[in-house]
Design a protein around this ligand. Structure first.
Ligand code: CA
Length: 230
């Protein structure tokens, strides 16, 4: 799941990004309304978190522009304003929900879950579930099942597996994995990707005879279910 956070205060944006990363969401940050619009036009987001007070335009305008440009996913507004009138204006501009600052991260997370659940109930139910071979992943419930057996993953392992499941049979390079799952630029000296892939293999593959995560020599890894092992 990828979330766009539109927030001009760097500290607040980093706090959100860190917290959301920790629970397994990928996050992009836009600091202005204009950059939010350009992010949304080049990448598909499962959710947008939008601050009302932005340097170049009001978050209300940004919300309207995102809707006008075809963004249909959930939009959560963050606002320091807490009068009923302000909330109504936010909802009228296209927001699905709002949260008044200061808020707790726990509450934000609960709202996100509710919005994603609602989104998946109203349309594209299949979007909340990814399946590959006998492996099933529920992105809303945050559960992974292989051959009917539930597998507990950490947030990072979950995000890593989600990336594999979204790109089945495609060899994924370490650089790609690092950028998508860790939002970092890959340092070739680091073996963090291999360490995490091995942790994931222990849970996803070790208990089963058919292996799904394979090494692609010189590149990285691929999720596939044919028997040609590597
Ligand atoms: Ca602001």
């Amino acid at each position: 799941m990828r979330i766009l956070v539109v927030e001009d205060q760097a500290k607040m944006a980093q706090f959100l990004k860190k917290g959301l990363n920790e629970i397994g969401y990928s996050v992009d940050i836009a600091e202005t309304g204009a950059s939010a619009e350009s992010f949304a036009s080049s990448c598909e987001y499962d959710l947008v978190i939008l601050d009302i007070g932005l340097p170049d335009q009001s978050g209300l305008d940004t919300a309207r522009h995102l809707r006008r440009d075809g963004y249909e996913g959930p939009l959560l507004m963050l606002t320091a304003l807490s009068t009923t009138k302000d909330k109504i204006r936010g909802l009228d501009a296209g927001a699905d929900d709002y949260l008044t600052k200061p808020y707790s991260f726990e509450e934000l997370n609960a709202r996100i879950r509710a919005l994603l659940r609602r989104k998946n109930n109203s349309h594209q139910v299949s979007n909340s579930k990814l399946t590959f071979s006998d492996l099933e992943m529920d992105l809303i419930q945050r559960t992974v099942i292989r051959s009917g057996q539930e597998i507990n993953l950490t947030a990072k392992e979950f995000a890593l597996l989600e990336y594999f499941m979204r790109n089945p049979k495609r060899p994924l390079g370490r650089v790609n994995i690092a950028e998508h799952v860790w939002d970092i630029h890959f340092d070739s000296e680091s073996n963090v990707i291999d360490v995490y892939v091995n942790l994931l293999r222990k849970k996803i593959d070790s208990p089963f005879s058919k292996k799904l995560i394979h090494t692609v020599v010189g590149i990285g890894y691929v999720l596939k279910d044919d028997e040609k092992n590597s």
